[in-house]
Design a protein around this ligand. Structure first.
Ligand code: CAO
Length: 415
């Protein structure tokens, strides 16, 4: 089967998480991704959070599947000359260095344009143009600066960051879309272009509903689906809403049987208006179907805490999976709080290729998250991440370097 991005060659100058997420996705969609790494050390994540001494970390392996690795010292003139060759042969250069690092290497937009006017140059930076444009940024900084932290957590606690890597992986996803769009536009324009995905902007895009709420709050002074309503107070900014659903259908996380010892014995329960009568029957409160205090969504917003407390009395009588089984019979929207252990063992995720077991020459078998984007005509086969510089000779030979030239570059410490 062919792949969606067959024939696209990516010069992958990325490291850590945000950029590698982007290029891994492009590789899964069929692009030939050439990862350029520092001689001797490579991507810093190869050595970070190691669980096996001397072996590429899971941090690295899980973000760099389906790529080829070349080592190259791009600060040496001979290395820069090799990089120029790669630029001429690739369609896209992706990078997420600290601001200005590419220019300091002499790889300016103008230089790239001269070598290859069709090249797309795609960058992740922490911030776009503005007061923080020169800052180095990691995941949690982006979560804080993009509005996620101030709107996550409980009202009486501090701002919280989330485990979902919306700053790094979220930005990588945005960048991948920009690259694919730029490739599409190049078909008609014949030109490359710069693509920038700042992490603050990407996080804010994912927090768009909270900017919606900020404007609702400023106009009306209240928001009825927030836990601060009706008894608490609203301030000037969107408050933290705990586990409230944040949408038009109230929801909450409720305890299930075993919660005293199992930190994940919980279920997310949504009191969707359409199934309110069914909810009342399931929990044994048929009277609430016609009682004016509970019969309409607007009336229920005044009693959400006691309503969820009553539903929780019911969910606590069974496991989260038993509760799911009952609730699904009535189309009541709900979801179990799944631990990573449970997800890793979930057969249906293995079957769809979202959890994949990969074999690695020095690590052995490990689990990874496969391509979450499923396409009927471009299937994804997840192959292991490359060892440092594993494809240096193969790639340079492909672009015309002789064995003697490779030996010379190696002696000079360029590759
Ligand atoms: N050969 C020679 N030098 C190389 C090289 C190569 N193949 N690859 C990288 N380098 C050099 C860079 O040119 C840079 O040198 P200068 O500092 O002299 O310009 C140096 O290595 C380090 O690059 P860096 O500043 O990007 O790396 P860092 O570890 O200091 O910072 C990070 C890491 C992530 C904070 C920074 O890259 C950044 O802010 N990136 C943009 C935002 C981003 O993507 N953040 C998310 C990262 S995932 O959590």
């Amino acid at each position: 089967m062919s792949k969606a991005l067959d024939g696209v060659r990516i010069l992958d100058f990325t490291h850590v998480q945000s950029g590698p997420t982007c290029t891994q996705l492009l590789a899964w969609l069929g692009a030939d991704v050439i990862k350029v790494e520092r001689v001797g050390e490579g991507d810093a994540t190869r050595g970070q959070l190691r669980d096996i001494p001397g072996v590429d970390s899971l941090y690295f392996t899980m973000l760099n599947h389906n790529k080829r690795s070349i080592t190259l010292d791009t600060k040496k003139p001979q290395g820069k000359a090799v990089l120029d060759t790669l630029i001429k042969h690739c369609d896209v250069l992706v990078e997420n260095f600290a601001p200005g690092a590419l220019d300091r290497m002499g790889i300016t937009w103008e230089h790239i344009q001269q070598l290859n006017p069709r090249m797309i140059v795609a960058s992740v930076k922490g911030f776009g143009p503005g007061p923080y444009a020169d800052c180095k940024v990691y995941e949690n900084v982006a979560q804080c600066a993009g509005g996620a932290a101030s709107t996550t957590g409980f009202d009486d606690g501090p701002p919280l960051v989330t485990g979902a890597q919306i700053g790094d992986s979220g930005t990588g996803l945005h960048l991948a879309l920009g690259i694919v769009a730029a490739l599409f536009q190049r078909n008609s324009s014949g030109r490359g272009q710069k693509v920038l995905a700042p992490m603050q902007d990407a996080v804010l895009n994912l927090c768009r509903v909270k900017l919606r709420d900020q404007q609702r709050l400023e106009r009306t002074g209240t928001m009825h689906e927030y836990p601060q309503y009706p008894d608490g107070k609203f301030g000037v900014a969107v408050p933290r809403a705990g586990n409230s659903s944040g949408g038009g259908q109230p929801g909450s996380i409720l305890k299930c049987r075993g919660w005293e010892t199992d930190p994940n014995a919980y279920i997310y329960f949504i009191t969707q208006a359409a199934v309110w009568p069914a909810i009342c029957k399931v929990i044994g409160e048929e009277g609430w179907i016609t009682d004016d205090a509970y019969a309409t969504p607007a009336a229920r917003l005044l009693h959400l805490k006691p309503i969820f407390a009553r539903i929780e009395k019911w969910t606590m009588t069974m496991t989260k999976f038993e509760a799911m089984e009952v609730l699904n019979q009535y189309d009541i929207p709900c979801g179990p709080i799944l631990s990573m252990q449970e997800i890793a063992r979930e057969p249906s995720l293995r079957e769809t290729g979202t959890i994949v077991e990969v074999d690695h020459p020095t690590r052995g078998k490990y689990l990874t998250v496969g391509n979450p984007i499923k396409m009927s005509d471009s299937a994804t086969e997840v192959t292991r991440s490359p060892l440092l510089g594993e494809h240096t000779d193969e790639i340079l030979t492909q672009f015309g370097y002789s064995a003697a030239q490779l030996a010379q570059l190696r002696t000079e410490g360029v590759i």
